[in-house]
Design a protein around this ligand. Structure first.
Ligand code: PHE
Length: 344
């Protein structure tokens, strides 16, 4: 009985003082295990007479209960400490990033897109968009470019392996959105159509296989070439400021007749001649012209009643010119040193 009392006292102490769960586990095995100290005391019961054996047996059971309770209590305490430690280790200090927070900004292309749309909306245009994967009909056929037409060579086309061969493609310009606007609505139309376009081009300083255009379309009664020239001039001064003006040069597009190139005064020398404009004082921005009667007929409009003009120019090119960037690839490498120069 004395040995049992000593074991209970020292055992309880050992369990209560176990520094961690491993030590606790070890102490439990030593005290309460099959080959533990309590078990070896129990073996000595056989040497006692029946009365003593009963009393001692009972004391042994009580001692076991005391030790087991001490172990359970210590385990709960240690587990709670471990849990707290884990919570602490996994804690995310959400205030930490405040100091390092950097504000992003819209990409230069997006900024340009938004500004252009703003100017045209201010002039009374609506905004329309079309799909980037187009049918041959919308991208070419309806625009008065039949399949064998040599003008197809003007656009290096990326075809999509879908349906009949060469029936589906990545749009090579935003002009197919003209077709969609005219087929889906009723005239008059005053629409601008910004979007991403694709061409089978190798990337270099002035080309990207993916770039952006903005298309303009006006169809109404009695629209003239003077309206086209006036609209582009009004846009030019609104967008670039009063010092920059526009001019139109004769050109050819299958979907406009007559057609023209749309030039603006060089934004660097304002027309006096410099390296960027090859001393001409002019920069080429895009194409335009009066909507071809065949195009109107293709979308079910009577060219005797309706006339209109269209224009289209490169959005990335415009941004490059405006900011004096000399390589279009800068727009698409995602280099923050480039991007952070255009905060907005
Ligand atoms: N879609 C033509 C191009 O990509 C530009 C253009 C648009 C020309 C509208 C005339 C009228 O080159």
């Amino acid at each position: 009985m004395d040995d049992l009392a000593t074991l209970t006292t020292s055992g309880t102490e050992r369990l209560r003082d176990a520094p961690d769960l491993d030590a606790l586990h070890e102490a439990e095995a030593d005290l309460l295990g099959k080959k533990g100290e309590l078990a070896s005391l129990k073996k000595r019961l056989s040497g006692l007479d029946p009365d003593e054996r009963r009393a001692t047996g009972q004391a042994l059971n009580e001692a076991r209960t005391v030790l087991e309770e001490a172990a359970a209590e210590r385990r709960a305490a240690l587990e709670s400490v471990a849990h707290q430690a884990r919570l602490l280790a996994e804690r995310q200090d959400l205030t930490e990033i405040v100091e390092h927070r950097r504000r992003g900004s819209l990409h230069l292309v997006t900024q340009t897109w938004d500004r252009l749309v703003d100017v045209f909306v201010g002039m009374g245009f609506e905004v329309a968009e079309g799909p980037e994967v187009e049918t041959d009909w919308h991208n070419f056929e309806a625009l008065n470019i039949p399949s064998a037409h040599p003008a197809r060579g003007m656009w290096d086309t990326l075809y999509v392996d879908l349906g009949a061969p060469e029936s589906t493609l990545l749009r090579t310009h935003t002009s197919p959105v003209q077709i969609r606007v005219m087929s889906e609505g009723e005239p008059p139309f005053y629409s601008v159509m910004p979007g991403r376009v694709f061409r089978r081009d190798t990337a270099d300083a002035s080309h990207m296989p993916v770039f952006h255009q903005i298309e303009g379309l006006v169809v109404d009664r009695g629209v003239s070439f003077a309206d086209l020239a006036g609209t582009l001039e009004a846009f030019t001064t609104a967008y670039f400021g009063g010092a920059i003006h526009s001019r139109l040069r004769p050109s050819y597009f299958p979907f406009t007749e007559p057609s023209a190139e749309y030039d603006i005064n060089c934004v660097f020398c304002e027309g006096s001649g410099c390296r960027t404009c090859a001393q001409t004082g002019w920069l080429e921005l895009g194409g335009c012209g009066m909507v071809h009667p065949n195009v109107l007929t293709n979308v079910g409009l009577d060219p005797e009643q309706w006339s209109g003009f269209a224009f289209g120019f490169g959005l990335d090119r415009l941004a490059l010119m405006r900011h004096g960037v000399d390589d279009i690839r800068e727009m698409y490498t995602g280099d923050v040193r480039f991007l952070e120069q255009f905060p907005a």
